[in-house]
Write a protein that binds this ligand. Structure first.
Ligand SMILES: N[C@@H](CCC(=O)N[C@@H](CS)C(=O)NCC(=O)O)C(=O)O
Length: 206
């Protein structure tokens, strides 16, 4: 059995959507982050960083249990387990890396900084606004990417779509102004939201 320890955050959503898109059976352990469940001694044995998500696969490689924090590692692990959502054709694979890294190491952390500042006891508004401006610029670039493609890296859906979708879903709820003026991104998000597996992935309430 696979166990996912997660909350409905950007990184939790991308991990859960990937599980549902892969069609794997799993048990969701919803982590109450407000109650500090990701900082308990038991949780820290799975991820000493005290962050969500974490995936535990009791039936990992060679039949051995593996524990994987890091949402990007989780997406790659699951996609490789089912042999889907990572391009194998060399041309498509070469085109995959830039958007994949952009979504996960540029857009994701920019969103993360805004979220972090928002949770501070005394948020510094100019810094938050600067990051919101940067996030808006990131999404404008993505809007250009998606003018010529159906999915994030080309014609086929990949884990990059699941990665960006988690960030986009949370942006829609918390910082919608960062998405202004991006019609291609909006079309892509609508298409993603219409997938039953994505809807299942968004559901953390069971
Ligand atoms: N690089 C990690 C980042 C994980 C992360 O930032 N998780 C957030 C929720 S989206 C978290 O657990 N934050 C709690 C904290 O920072 O204490 C990943 O991609 O999984």
């Amino acid at each position: 059995m696979i166990h996912l320890y997660a909350a409905p955050t950007t990184n939790g959503i991308r991990a859960k959507v990937t599980l549902d898109e892969c069609g794997l059976e799993y048990e969701l352990h919803r982590v109450d982050m407000q109650a500090g469940e990701h900082k308990t001694p038991e949780y820290l044995t799975m991820n000493p960083m005290g962050m969500t998500p974490v995936l535990v696969d009791e039936d990992g490689p060679d039949g051995k249990q593996i524990t994987t924090p890091q949402s990007i590692a989780i997406m790659f692990y699951l996609a490789e387990k089912v042999g889907k959502f990572i391009p194998t054709d060399p041309v498509a694979r070469a085109a995959f890396w830039d958007p994949m890294m952009n979504a996960t190491t540029d857009v994701g952390p920019t969103y993360g900084a805004i979220s972090f500042i928002g949770r501070m006891a005394e948020p510094h508004d100019p810094t938050r606004d600067a990051f919101i401006g940067r996030l808006h610029e990131n999404y404008q670039v993505w809007d250009g990417f998606l003018a010529n493609r159906n999915f994030c890296t080309g014609d086929d859906i990949t884990i990059c779509d699941f990665a960006l979708f988690g960030i986009h879903a949370r942006t829609t709820m918390i910082i919608p102004q960062a998405l202004e003026g991006s019609p291609n991104l909006a079309r892509w998000a609508t298409m993603m939201n219409e997938r039953p597996t994505v809807q299942k992935g968004l559901n953390f309430d069971g």
